[in-house]
Design a protein around this ligand. Structure first.
Ligand SMILES: O=C(O)CCC(=O)C(=O)O
Length: 275
């Protein structure tokens, strides 16, 4: 049986869900990442997964890119793939990676949830999304709240170099508590987050960042995972995605917003009712 992304999960039963409990990860590593994030607003962490694991994810992404390519994506040279939690267990395992979950639980609370989980691929000769802060900050008038509301996770699925569209970012920009004004221009202090595949760039949700032009002759892909405090409305409908997954694990269920409060009307009794 085949399934489409808009219905049920893809057939990916050859891969088991991750079983590592996030509370068992190396706490010194979590401490170090969290400390860097708090001071710099960004932290590049190498070797979160092996190159072979990144290649496995890249193969899954490659199939999705081919399947979902359109005239528009070919013209844009940039391809975003959404609803990826439904599309493969390999991608769900990275969404629920124990180190990532441990870092964001520390900063966003034990009940933090996924806001969006996508692929961003830049084809050769294309690039740049423009400098921005992430949701929910861009949806707010500055000054942004000083507290942690959201964190971005950029997974390097390809090696990121200064030539193939590495993510650009400005250290300590989260402390500005406002969006960048640089637009397409390179801001003062801008850095490139280069590294080998399997590395992760953690960023404060208010950080200033962008993708950059891919001047190589090969596409480059990252996975983008935004996690938010449970009081923040996610960008994607993660509950809907959760409903389309067969037998989600407890961790997948929690990360995909199952316990998040959803708005409900407070129904008052009809004025004519008695009692
Ligand atoms: O692909 C990248 O390097 C970053 C993309 C990004 O920041 C975004 O799509 O919001």
């Amino acid at each position: 049986m085949t399934a489409t992304a808009s219905t049920k999960q893809e057939q990916d039963t050859d891969v088991e869900p991750t079983t590592v409990d996030p509370t068992t990860v190396d706490q010194a590593r979590v401490d170090r990442i969290v400390a860097t994030l708090e001071s710099e607003g960004a932290c590049i962490e190498p070797d979160v997964i092996s190159a072979a694991e990144a290649d496995r994810a890249n193969a899954v992404i490659g199939e999705l890119l081919d399947k979902e390519a359109s005239a528009d994506t070919r013209e844009a040279g940039q391809q975003r793939i959404g609803e990826i939690a439904v599309k493969h267990q390999v991608l769900r395992n990275l969404l629920c990676h124990p180190l990532v979950v441990a870092v964001w639980r520390r900063l966003l609370g034990e009940d933090m949830v996924s806001s969006t989980w996508t692929v961003n691929t830049i084809h050769p000769g294309k690039g740049k999304v423009g400098w921005h802060s992430d949701h929910p900050f861009w949806a707010m008038e500055p000054p942004y709240p000083a507290e942690w509301l959201a964190g971005q996770t950029v997974w390097m699925i390809d090696d990121l170099t200064e030539h193939n569209g590495a993510t650009g970012y400005v250290s300590r920009s989260h402390l500005e508590r406002r969006p960048p004004t640089s637009g397409e221009d390179w801001p003062e202090g801008g850095l490139l987050a280069t590294g080998t595949r399997g590395s992760v760039v953690f960023g404060h949700g208010a950080w200033w960042h962008t993708s950059t032009a891919n001047q190589s002759d090969r596409q480059r892909s990252v996975l983008l995972g935004m996690y938010v405090k449970t009081i923040i409305t996610p960008m994607e409908d993660m509950r809907d995605q959760l409903r389309r997954i067969d037998n989600p694990t407890e961790l997948e269920t929690q990360i995909m917003s199952s316990n998040q409060r959803i708005p409900q009307n407070i129904v008052t009794p009809h004025p004519d009712s008695t009692g």
